[in-house]
Design a protein around this ligand. Structure first.
Ligand code: ZN
Length: 412
């Protein structure tokens, strides 16, 4: 989706503020001699910003508005290295709540709903985002925060909560407890708004079977407000996002080149109106694509990104094609005769890239026949034929931690 003139105008406002604040991006713009962008072409030449830049700005180097206008900070969890601190102005806080309320609305949640919020409050953006959106919508927040499953279930029954906001793993845990205790009849939940983790269809189905609620994926990241910048509509493909607050482009994570709608790559976000810490062309490392066209489900004009497919670190470029392990996994799921273990080996032989996929099965099937069938399906999914090898169950290495499934021998 090419950046519009209205969006460019907003970007120019942010460029001005960044240069005035003279923070890392302001300096980068000055070095590049950029004072404004006049066209989409100009915009796509702007430098990217990275998580590392944000970390280097610790503690308050991202602050772009005058300090007297900053009303709050949030921080991303600093599991690796220093955390990132994001300052918010009162307008940023309000804009975030507006976006979050819009998410609830798209999910069909109204001011008559009672929203039980289980994500954490504090430095993290989750809990308070769910709450501010709920209040903006006029619904009733039941703010429990994380943990204490007994109390969660008690309040869910006593308050007759209709919406559950949770991570997918906590939603599953609650669903299992409710089922185990035989309390489903006393629960009035209708919808679940699930954020912050990549989760599969199996988990979705399991929560749905146990609670019988409609589930929604909410998208967001601390660097860009927090959760609430996008959500799927009922029955809709992918997630709508709010293009009056953010501009999303998809790039080739290897070359940085902007990709046309429909192609898979890395999500790059520009905040259009953020004051406390505006970001231009921020690389999220999340993999998705823009779904072309208007949503046939709800008809909303807000553009859509597809379900997040993983992280760019997982992506492989083979024969000039971007391939993700999740694509191979999806194909393998079509074959009940193979185990969940697989291994991908990429090598470079006689000037050509080769991808070998190793899968496991038991002795009752014809290995060659199965290998051929899998190779054919993989080709229809990614565009070229892999060398598929079927091996006896138990041959592939197992690990208690994360099993390494992709081995790239090209750069060894
Ligand atoms: Zn829709």
């Amino acid at each position: 989706m090419v950046i519009s003139n209205e969006q460019l105008e907003l970007v120019n406002g942010r460029i001005k503020a960044l240069i005035a604040a003279n923070n890392f991006y302001g300096k980068r713009l000055k070095e590049a001699g950029v004072e404004s962008v006049a066209s989409a072409e100009d915009f796509y030449k702007l430098p990217f910003s990275e998580k590392a830049d944000l970390r280097d700005a610790y503690p308050l180097g991202l602050m772009t508005a005058p300090e007297e206008e900053i009303v709050r900070i949030h921080s991303s969890s600093g599991t690796t290295g220093k955390p990132v601190i994001i300052p918010y102005t009162a307008k940023d806080v309000d804009d975030w709540a507006i976006q979050f309320a819009r998410c609830y609305e798209v999910a069909g949640i109204t001011n008559k709903d009672r929203i039980q919020i289980t994500p954490g409050y504090g430095l993290w953006t989750a809990g308070i985002g769910f709450q501010a959106g709920c209040e903006k919508l006029g619904a009733m927040a039941v703010p429990l925060g994380p943990g204490n499953t007994d109390k969660q279930i008690q309040m869910m029954i006593d308050m007759q909560s209709t919406v559950l906001c949770a991570t997918s793993s906590y939603a599953l845990l609650l669903a299992e407890e409710i089922e185990k205790r035989g309390l489903r009849d006393q629960i009035k939940l209708k919808k679940g708004v699930i954020g912050s983790e990549r989760w599969g269809d199996a988990m979705r189905k399991s929560i749905n079977d146990k609670l019988g609620i409609e589930l929604f994926d909410i998208y967001g990241l601390t660097e860009i407000y927090g959760p609430g910048i996008g959500i799927n509509c009922p029955g809709g493909e992918g997630m709508h996002y709010w293009d009056d607050f953010i501009y999303i482009e998809i790039i080739d994570p290897k070359t940085g080149e902007n990709l046309p709608d429909g192609e898979w790559g890395e999500i790059v976000i520009t905040t259009l109106v953020k004051e406390g810490a505006p970001l231009i062309r921020f690389r999220t490392h999340d993999l998705s694509r823009i779904i072309p066209g208007t949503c046939p489900c709800c008809g909303r004009k807000y553009p859509r990104i597809d379900k997040i497919q993983g992280r760019t670190d997982d992506m492989m470029k083979i024969k000039g094609v971007n391939v993700f392990p999740s694509q191979i996994e999806e194909v393998l799921k079509l074959f009940p005769e193979v185990t969940s273990e697989y291994q991908i080996r990429i090598s470079h032989l006689d000037g050509r890239d080769t991808m070998r996929i190793y899968v496991e099965t038991n002795g009752s099937v014809d290995f060659l026949d199965l290998a051929g069938k899998i190779a054919e399906k993989v080709k229809s999914r990614i565009g070229f034929t892999p060398l598929d090898k079927v091996v006896e169950k138990g041959v592939l290495p197992r690990s208690e931690k994360k099993t390494k499934r992709v081995i790239d021998e090209r750069y060894d």
